[in-house]
Design a protein around this ligand. Sequence first.
Ligand SMILES: [Zn+2]
Length: 837
Amino acid sequence: MILLSVSSAIAQQNPLKSPAAFLGYELGQQFTPQSRVLDYVNYLAQQAPNRLKVQEYGHTYEGRPLVLAYVASDENLPRLEQIRENSLRMAGVESGQVQGNQPAIAWLSYNVHGNEAVSSEAVMQVLYDLVNPANEQSKQWLQNTVVLIDPMVNPDGHERYVQWYKQAANQGGNAAPYAWEHWEPWPGGRPNHYYFDLNRDWAWQTQIESKQRIAVYNNWLPQVHADFHEMGPEASYYFSPAARPFHESITPWQRQFQNTIGDYNRQYFDKNNWLYFTREQYDLFYPSYGDTWPTYNGAIGMTYEQGGSGRAGLAYQKEDGDTLTLAQRIAHHVAASKATIQATSEKADQLKQEFRKYYDNNLHNPAGNYKTFVLKADGANTAKLQQLTSYLDGQQIKYGYAGKSSSAKGFNYATGKNENFKIGQNDLVISMYQPKSTLVKVLFEPQAKLEDSLTYDITTWAIPYAYGLQAYALKNRLEPGAAKPITLATSALSMAKPYAYLVPWNSVDDLRFLADVMQHGIKVRMAEKAFEINNQQYAPGTLIITRNGNEQIGDELDTMVRELATKYNVSLAATETGFATSGSDFGSGNVHSLKMPKVAVMTGEGVSAYGFGEVWHYFEQQIGYPVTAVNTSYFSRVPLQDFDVLILPDGSYSRVLDEKTLENVKDWIRAGGKLIAMEGAASFLAGKKDFDLKLKEIEDKEKSKENQDPYADLKAYGSRERAELAGMVQGSIFRVDLDKTHPLAFGYDGDYYALIRSTDVFEFMEDGWNVGVLKKDNYITGFVGAGARQKLQDALLLGTQEMGRGQVVYMADNPLFRAFWQGGKLLFGNAVFLVGQ
Ligand SMILES: [Zn+2]
């Protein structure tokens, strides 16, 4: 009591400072660095300890803090923990009854795209207005609403933009559209440290910012989530209702409340004569956005988009002659924030009731054709299943193991048919009768119904294909049995000093093991052909660590190999002989010694920042192997002989690799180098001298048109967006036919599925190796335009070509896309570590 009266006495003497009073400039006059934004948030928490609490929930890759501010009434702030648990109880994630009065929970996220920097300016005003004791409106809203505010989801991107802008801008800003300050340099501030778009990462959680944030989100499960963005500077303002397509899993209530929130926003915008648009452009389909993912977790999820972004600076002269200022952009986001909180507060009872109903339906009456998903634990699947379970844990999705064998009928993901099959006791079982069943449905259903093909992103992502797992979807309910975790059958190694160790090549874990073993200076061999030893069959790609060649390590070898095998959970075997009962002995030419490759990857202007970031993240964060980024700006001076592998991520290379530089690259390949050309890089090499690759052309339009509609050229202007769709593939799944005798395909026992996002595919090569191809019936699921489908038949996706003593690996498909396509990660490792050895 004493403490409270003292703090309110202080507040009376020193009224709460507005952002301007605290920062020393009006909001909108400058961009505020993260440290100052956090200073202000912490200041508010100190001044209003009964209204605002700050939690640091993690750090970015570059070490910046990630924080969450909790704003609540004097009554609710001390009982935040109870309110949080109540929310989970309402969702059935925790057991027990709701205790006390439960407020509605709104979570507002700002600045997930770093260069959409207005958000973190607006948030300071929003926090001030919420906390300010003189603000009666806020006081009223907070009576039945708790507001969670993430002031900066992506600080690394924000600082990249803001620090650059300060260097490039005129004092006070220059509105001329061609002023330097409106042209961010490569790669721009939108993505995070590894150039991942965090607003494509909610469902996959590949980045630490997402992992740490969503762990907190899952502990709260708010009823409303709003994500603040910016779009191009010529656009006005976008708020809900969202555009079509809506995913079919979005409930009638969620659709209806999209309109309600829109109504609240309209009132603020109409009153001020501000322009806006709704129901266009931003759809609710792909599950990895800050609007859809919360929606599939029972919230009302929304995106807000202000015209501006990294282009707009402090002021920007638009084509219509008006000047867009940062201050205006701030005002709009503040208004939308208030509209959201007001709507949450005024509809709190209904929101809570519908939230309960949503989770109740999920648990007792889940939607969709399929009620159970079974993922087979056979052979090579085991390691992949372990990756899947840690993914499911991050999504708070419940699963278990069959526990006993039985017969069942279900949709086979591999064949696309309903079939009888046997469930094994170690198979993973996911029942739809659980709180997160909508999310399970969205992530696992083989075919997502697309009510409108004009969408913003990829159209399919079904997890069994992404993980390359053998899986079935069952129409009947099947609950998992005992929750028995799978353990890999590591044969007890009785031999103290074996002749050799063997590791089958099946999964990314095996790849991580290889990467680490190599870095310990251990020499590793690889079997090119299948063999049998000690009555065990080994597939091509099996790693062999012989004592021979590793003498310099001495007795340490056994300890090191065994420890690393345990660390990466790989299946390690040992043998006392180098004699294979079938196949090649270990001294054969078919058993190759693997050189530890020195890897370089191209970065900089011309290279896709996302494509580069995916490769960078893969080496540093996923497999733990050194990689050197070399920049396009000085590439011609890089001594290529210092490297064994050069990776060219997606990009446009015409200015990077001029004729002379490309000749140097070819000389390096001929001398034994390995070039891995991905997507745009492969397309760039197609048709160039000495490269065996040819782009697949669209078939001659004129010829086919003669027999068809004579009015085919008369297209309606109003349908122009739609007409483009025919030639498009926006992210669809195809089964790839692999040449499993080629090292690029080692470890792929079952099917490999690719997420195809482009029609830039190639003709079969005459001289090279066509390792991964699309034939006639390889389409699985997702939207593909009629013209595109034709092009994606009889096409080369993955190939290699020998050039002198070196190799070129072509990848029309990017297996590292957004780091969530688990099925492709071993394949990329094959390209780096096995091909050409
Ligand atoms: Zn954005």
